[in-house]
Design a protein around this ligand. Structure first.
Ligand code: SF4
Length: 159
């Protein structure tokens, strides 16, 4: 008898049909969606900054109040399978977006590596560059706009 090849759940279960724990485990913990964003009033284009939500631990790239984040931070967005079509605002390395668009996860993903060690090694979390939003006057946030290049931030010149 030939044994059936094992396929991990993210290759066989569509995002919309994942259990809550499977869904949560797709998040790679990069922390990028916890960076503040600015939106162009004329074009609606969204720009990421390197300024993190004040509830994000910049040393671990994890939310400090994850279970209560909606109460602590009004406006914090919860990603759910019924919002798959809205994922375009997420960074292009976000594992939800990548899985939705390519049907597979990158080889550095914690579900594949077994930890977030490889993500930290490759600088794919915000740990090395996130700055607490409260340390910068809101009128100066546009000087912190970044663009993503291969998952890493580079300064973005608005002019
Ligand atoms: S950008 Fe995506 S993968 Fe990264 S922390 Fe946010 S939801 Fe998770």
């Amino acid at each position: 008898m030939i044994a059936k090849r094992f396929e991990p759940f993210w290759k066989t279960v569509p995002l919309e049909q994942m259990s809550q724990s499977e869904w949560e485990s797709i998040c790679d913990g990069c922390g990028k969606c916890c960076l503040q964003k600015l939106q162009d009033e004329d074009t609606d284009e969204i720009f990421y900054t390197n300024l993190s939500c004040h509830q994000l631990s910049t040393s671990t790239s994890q939310c400090k109040v994850y279970e209560a984040r909606q109460q602590k931070v009004p406006g914090c967005i919860t990603l759910t399978p019924d919002k798959l079509d809205e994922f375009q605002w997420l960074p292009d390395t976000c594992s939800y977006r990548v899985l939705h668009e390519t049907k597979d996860l990158p080889d550095w993903h914690p579900l594949i590596v077994g930890s977030n060690k490889e993500m930290f090694r490759q600088g794919l979390t915000v740990k090395d560059y996130a700055v607490n939003e409260h340390s910068v006057d809101e009128e100066d946030w546009d000087t912190h706009i970044i663009k993503w290049v291969d998952g890493h931030p580079e300064p973005y010149d608005l002019n």
